[in-house]
Ligand binder design. Sequence first.
Ligand SMILES: Cc1cc2nc3c(=O)[nH]c(=O)nc-3n(C[C@H](O)[C@H](O)[C@H](O)COP(=O)(O)OP(=O)(O)OC[C@H]3O[C@@H](n4cnc5c(N)ncnc54)[C@H](O)[C@@H]3O)c2cc1C
Length: 406
Amino acid sequence: MPAQRSIVICGGAFAGLALAVALRQGLGPDIPVVVADPALSQRPSRDPRATAIVAACRRLFETLGVWGQVAPTAQPITDMVVTDSKLQDATRPVFLTFGGNVAPGEPFAHMVENRYLIDALAARAEAEGVELRATAVSSFASRPDGVAVTLADGTDIDASLLVAADGARSKLRERAGIATHGWDYDQSGIVVTVGHEREHHGRAEEHFLPAGPFAILPLTGNRSSLVWTETRKDAARITALNDEQFHAELEQRFGLHLGEIKALDRPRAFPLGYFVARSFIAERLALIGDAAHVIHPIAGQGLNMGLKDVAALAEVVVDAARLGMDLGQADVLERYQRWRRFDTMAMGVATNSLNFLFSNESTLLRTVRDIGLGLVDRAPPLKSMFIRQAAGLSGEVPRLLKGEAL
Ligand SMILES: Cc1cc2nc3c(=O)[nH]c(=O)nc-3n(C[C@H](O)[C@H](O)[C@H](O)COP(=O)(O)OP(=O)(O)OC[C@H]3O[C@@H](n4cnc5c(N)ncnc54)[C@H](O)[C@@H]3O)c2cc1C
């Protein structure tokens, strides 16, 4: 049996920390797991954003022992309504409704505030004995039998496997010479938290407006998180408005169905794009999360895709360790890539098509999509198939996403 060395994870956000905890639990204490990220020094996190976490990923967090800390601050999504209208339309007829549970008492998704999730993951990682280093990975050199990793603080680590969880602008991906396929949308997602007078009752709303989707996602208390798509130019204009002008733009889109509304933080615009790495692996290197793929937030699946990478990579590595294999050897990494790349491409095609179909003022397209939404709404088996798909419970699901320990 080969001597097992460390696994180094570059990037200590959602994907990197979740993988570290999963590996530590599956491999035991003999194989050191190191997470390096300068952002680890910024605790507690101040990230004001929130993320829709689907049922399968909630099961992963529960199995990793993280969900207990997050649950009190998480808002179950009990149902979802979809409308399709112009900005000036007086009413927005509902074309599609999704009712919520994938299993009794288990909603298809929760809204989770990023800061609570990241802090819970970091605390769990620490408790499991993951070595957290608040420094960057500055370089690496792969050989057939290992990978030499150098951290920005000067530490050298001889590892079996290096994982790039360093986000969309991954330097590790670039250094490994892995190209990406994709494009920028001429769109930004404006993110802002809104307080409202009346309760949302756990209802999520997706309003397809001509500039793109305007999603109202329920948070605990009388608060919602918005992901509001505009062209990049309009998003820059809207986020630069003063509070009063911004309120007027917000109210025009949000409406008054939840009573008076108020922005609780400054709106921020995130430029939107789509890409998939041409390979998810290189010698002794695996890409996970946004380092491997970025998709449009139209279906709230970006991080959920990254967590599927986490569950699949952790499973193939732990299985390899049990068979006495070298954890970073090519066939272990190829199994990971086969598992994840096709699913990622399929999700990319789905989100690109949705965005094309719905961020569009064409009357013909509008008629076609509204007929489609109406048909789905009247076909319960089709609806439940979509819910299972959206909840991450279809296809070849890794064990952690089924709620099974590795
Ligand atoms: C507007 C918007 C709304 C979204 N809503 C949803 C949603 O509802 N549901 C969903 O599933 N997804 C959503 N997403 C997508 C989701 O936010 C991302 O997929 C997720 O944050 C990616 O996590 P990550 O851990 O892969 O990478 P990141 O969060 O980008 O983290 C990368 C980390 O790597 C570190 N790093 C970078 N370089 C180095 C280095 N050299 N050495 C060490 N560390 C390094 C960084 O400091 C950072 O901490 C949304 C995205 C946007 C833009």
